[in-house]
Ligand binder design. Structure first.
Ligand SMILES: Cc1ncc(COP(=O)(O)O)c(C=O)c1O
Length: 450
């Protein structure tokens, strides 16, 4: 692997400080993944045209700080824990954002339904009783909870009453509140799918919970590997591999939840987007008393809204509401009311339908363009797919992506068990604006070409 392609080096010949800082930044953001081999001091010095002593000093500094792992008789590698550890304040301006955005989890922001949102906001504000401008219910405005309960029942086969719905500032806050409530109940460990989103796994870990991984295969989560007493799953479209959980696995998971008092957290982050047949209903609908359902507006509308919702089994409503009250973090009133209007008037359904058609077309174009489809997975649903890499490493792909000004993610940092599966990339195809999609695809194809 060529470090010169991966490192964002200062202009001119780097000194040991510049080299160490460029390596730290690349390790932090996953361009140099944990476990990857570090070039010898001689070859890196040659590659960069600098003195070997400069490289040695930089490596020593990085080893002392724990970024590199040097062991007697074994090659030096990038150390494990630091890829997602809290980092020191950056000392240089970050690299400019990439021109072509294929990061997973971003919807098409250029398609935000501005006119509908404006109309819904205007109606909501016009009809708002004065008393609703008071502190309000930490659980969320009743109008939105009512609208969501109806919508989720109709569209996602969730069993929901408005009393069970808690409106949150994104799923991130929802998972944080839930983790605290579960840890207060004495639940000290939780399983996540392996792979899954590392930032989400960090949330229960931050409350002192033990986070364990259970592998995912072509049928979704391997239920037999779940240890409990709680598990977070993405059954409609596994994040990041994209597989839908098979009906046998769904049944098995629900059976275990009932037999073993296992609590399931269903992260239905992009459940509305199924392309080739009707969406599969929620797991929650199969065992409402054992499953916490979570949905978000981040994929259907925009992440900036910070609007998400939990549908909780009755026993968890009170503790989560109280945690929300104490944190003082009500969801913003006007956004809640606009959302309620949008959902009740049917404009939300319309927008989702339109987006589904666009994303489906984009998926087709992407699959045509990535001509050697390197075993795509996750194409049936959602806003992203995963591609296995044949003959390319994740580090090489990231280096090429930088060169082409493409932003995408690789599977490595999502694995709970490092190296626990083949290398791959995750391509989110919803984010580029409509006019940008064709040039963005060309840049992506150049990154993935063998
Ligand atoms: C797996 C997964 N779940 C949920 C979310 C939604 O998070 P939020 O509602 O905080 O934007 C995301 C966002 O990227 C995600 O990747």
């Amino acid at each position: 692997m060529l470090w010169s392609a991966v490192l964002d080096l200062p202009a001119g010949r780097p000194d040991s400080h510049g080299l160490a800082e460029a390596a730290r930044a690349a390790i932090r953001d996953g361009r140099l993944p944990a476990g990857s081999r570090v070039p010898s001091t001689r070859s890196l010095a040659q590659e960069l045209g600098i003195a070997r002593g400069t490289v040695t000093r930089a490596y020593n500094q990085l080893s002392t700080e724990g970024f590199l792992l040097a062991r007697q008789g074994a090659p030096t590698v990038v150390a494990e824990q630091l890829t997602t550890a809290p980092t020191a304040a950056p000392t240089r301006t970050p690299a400019p954002p990439a021109r072509w955005d294929f990061r997973p989890g971003r919807p098409n922001l250029s398609a935000f339904p501005r006119r509908d949102w404006l109309a819904a906001s205007r109606r909501a504000l016009r009809d708002l009783p004065d008393e609703d401008l008071d502190y309000g219910d930490p659980q969320g405005h009743p109008a939105l909870r009512q609208a969501l309960a109806e919508y989720l029942t109709r569209v996602r086969a969730v069993v929901a009453s408005p009393e069970q719905v808690i409106v949150c500032n994104g799923y991130t806050q929802a998972l944080s509140l839930l983790s605290k409530a579960l840890s207060d109940e004495g639940i000290s460990s939780v399983d996540f799918e392996d792979p899954s989103a590392p930032l989400l796994r960090d949330i229960p870990a931050g409350f002192g919970m033990r986070v364990r991984g259970a592998p995912v295969d072509a049928e979704g989560l391997d239920v037999s590997a779940v240890r409990g007493p709680a598990v977070v799953v993405t059954p409609a479209h596994q994040f990041p591999l994209g597989v839908a959980m098979s009906s046998a696995r769904r049944t098995e998971l629900v059976r275990r939840s009932k037999d073993e008092d296992l609590l399931i957290v269903e992260d239905d982050y992009d459940g509305e987007f199924r392309f080739d047949r009707a969406p599969v209903g929620s797991l929650q609908g199969m065992a409402p008393e054992r499953v916490v359902y979570a949905g978000t507006a981040s994929k259907t509308l925009a992440p900036a809204l910070r609007l998400a919702w939990l549908v909780l089994p009755p026993r968890l409503v009170e503790p989560v509401r109280e945690l929300k009250r104490h944190s003082g973090s009500h969801a913003p009133l006007f956004e809640q009311l606009a959302m309620a209007e949008l959902v009740s008037a049917g404009a939300y359904d319309q927008h989702v339908r339109r987006s589904r058609a666009t994303y489906r077309q984009r998926r087709e174009r992407l699959l045509e363009r990535v001509d050697h489809p390197p075993h795509p997975s996750g194409i049936a649903a959602g806003l992203h797919l995963a591609l296995r890499l044949d003959g390319l490493t994740e580090v090489e792909v990231l280096a090429r992506a930088r060169a082409e000004s493409v932003d995408l993610e690789v599977l490595g940092p999502h694995r709970v068990r490092p190296g626990g599966g083949p290398p791959g990339v995750i391509v989110g195809y919803a984010a580029p604006a409509d006019d940008d999609f064709e040039p963005a695809l060309r840049a992506l194809a150049a990154v993935l070409r063998r």
